[in-house]
Structure formats: C-alpha cells, structure tokens
Design a binder for this molecule. Structure first.
Ligand SMILES: [Zn+2]
Length: 301
C-alpha cells in the first residue's frame, strides 16, 4: 500500500509540473507588483511555435512594444519571448494583490493579429506602469502561437470559440486550466471580425454581469453592443460560471494574418476600458472620446 501511495503521489506531483511550468519571475521591485510568466503546454494540444517566423512579427513589436520586457530580461534579440511561445501558450501575470482578478485573452482565433498585437502592447504598458496595478491581471497574448504562425482560425479540427464548454478541447482548457483554476472573476476575449461596424462588444445574453461589463466597455470605446447567441464561446461559457465576461471585436476587412491601420489601437483601447471597469489598471487620461475615427474611415473606404 505504501509503495502504491508513494507512486501515486509522485505521479500527481509530476502531473502538476507537466501542466504548469513557471518559467521565470522577474520585475517586482519597490512597486509591490510581481511580474511573472510561464507557458501552458496542455497534454494533447501542442500550441508552441517560433513566432519570430510570423510574417508580420515585427508589427507585433512596433514601437518597441516588447523591448522593455526583453531588455529587463537581458535579451535584446527577442529570443526569450520567441522561445517562450515555442514552448506552448505564454501567459503573463501581473500580481499586486489578490483582488480583483482578470484575464485578457487574445488569439483564440490565431489568425486575428490586431488583438494579439494589442495584447503585446498592453503587456508593455502594464510592465511600464506596474505601480498603478491593483489586484492580479493575466494576459494571454497568443492563445495558440502555432495557429497564429499558420494564420488559422480553426485548429485541432474545430472552431475553438464554439467548444469552450467542452473541457477536452483546447479552448476548454483555457477556461478550466487558467480562468477557473486561477479563480479569475473577469474575462475579456479579444477578436477581429468582418463587419460593416468597426468595433463591437458581445455580451452573453441573459447574464447580468456579462451585460453590465459589456455595456461599460461599449460606451467607453464608442463600440456597438450586441448579445451573443453562440453557445460554446469563451464568453458564454464563463458567464455560465457566473463570471463577468465579454467578447471584444474590431473590424478586419476580411483580412487575416495582417494588421490594418489602427485596428490594434482600437483593440488596445477596448482592453484599457476593460481594466478600467475591473479597476485593475486605470490610466491617468483614459478617455478615448476625443479620438476621431472619421479620418481613418475615409482612408479605409
Ligand atoms: Zn475571432
């Protein structure tokens, strides 16, 4: 019995390490906010990819977005983040205190680059403003690096944002292994879409917490408000767990694997409005109402 018990214990410990590998901890300092990141390499779901091979990878790094994080890790060549994504789904954690707890998810559909680039920009902003962070913020900039590299919406044989209520799927793992396991209360899933409207916020229909947060972000970013009819989305699945969840979309002109002008900025502003709602991170000047998009529209049409 004892040997069997010990064997099972060792196996369980091995399982814990197999699922979660805390790669590194850095940052922190006097601000009291610790920054860490790790990767998830879910059994049966190899999401890792060398994202430096992404055609427009440099756009992810426009304005030196990743520079500060990389410099602080003593790697000026970007090998750290590239290598990190090679190991699986990279997850960044900014931890100041326990509550509130929120997650920013991008790249559920790997081919939707604007939101993925926006998430990298957000990581850099949070890193540069660690002292303003309250609670705990998780950022998943590339939910599936391999799908991003291959410019794929569907992966592992399905649309990941229709099966998140199935724990055996890749997106179901995001909900179960990250959102629920880390006791996260707020869930923002960031996408792009082909639509006549430029910015949309989807709420889970019939879930007051989801509708409330969605309306706030809608108003703050001049987006349009919609109720999602789709079961199995990350938003509806999390709403079913009584969480404050929403889906944010920016228009992509039916272009995938590229970033049209301003799309990453719009997605980024949706992210900031979200963290304003959760009170995880409030910028000094976090008012987008003076952003006139009419000149941008002229450029597109
Ligand atoms: Zn999408």
């Amino acid at each position: 019995m004892h040997i069997k018990f010990i064997s099972i214990s060792i196996f369980l410990i091995f399982l814990i390490f197999a699922f979660t590998v805390d790669v590194d901890v850095f940052g922190g300092g006097s601000s009291g906010t610790d920054v860490s990141f790790w990767f998830y390499n879910w059994t049966g779901f190899d999401t890792g990819a060398n994202i430096s091979q992404i055609k427009d990878f440099e756009k992810f790094n426009s304005e030196g977005l990743l520079t500060q994080v990389l410099f602080d890790h003593h790697d000026t060549n970007g090998n750290f983040i590239k290598g990190l994504a090679s190991n699986g789904t990279p997850i960044f954690k900014f931890n100041n205190s326990d509550e509130p707890r929120s997650v920013v998810i991008a790249g559920t559909h790997g081919n939707e680059y604007p939101s993925e680039a926006a998430a990298f920009k957000l990581i850099n902003t949070l890193y540069d403003n660690k002292d303003k962070i309250k609670g705990t913020i998780y950022v998943i900039p590339l939910s599936n690096p391999k799908a991003a590299l291959e410019v794929q919406r569907e992966y592992f044989g399905y649309d990941p944002n229709r099966v998140a209520n199935n724990s055996s799927t890749f997106s179901g793992h995001v909900v179960n292994e990250v959102v629920l396991k880390e006791n996260i209360s707020y869930v923002g899933d960031f996408h792009t879409m082909y639509d006549t409207r430029l910015k949309l916020i989807f709420a889970a229909s019939g879930y007051p917490k989801s509708e409330k947060i969605s309306k706030f972000i809608t108003n703050k970013t001049n987006s349009e408000y919609f109720l999602s009819p789709n079961k199995g989305t990350i938003t509806v699945t999390c709403a079913e767990h009584n969480l404050s969840s929403f889906t944010a979309e920016v228009e992509d002109g039916n272009n995938y694997g590229i970033i049209l002008p301003n799309r990453d900025q719009w997605s980024y502003e949706q992210m900031l409005a979200y963290l304003d709602y959760t009170q995880n991170y409030v910028e000094d000047s976090n008012d987008f109402s003076n952003h006139d998009s009419s000149d941008i529209l002229d450029m597109i049409l």
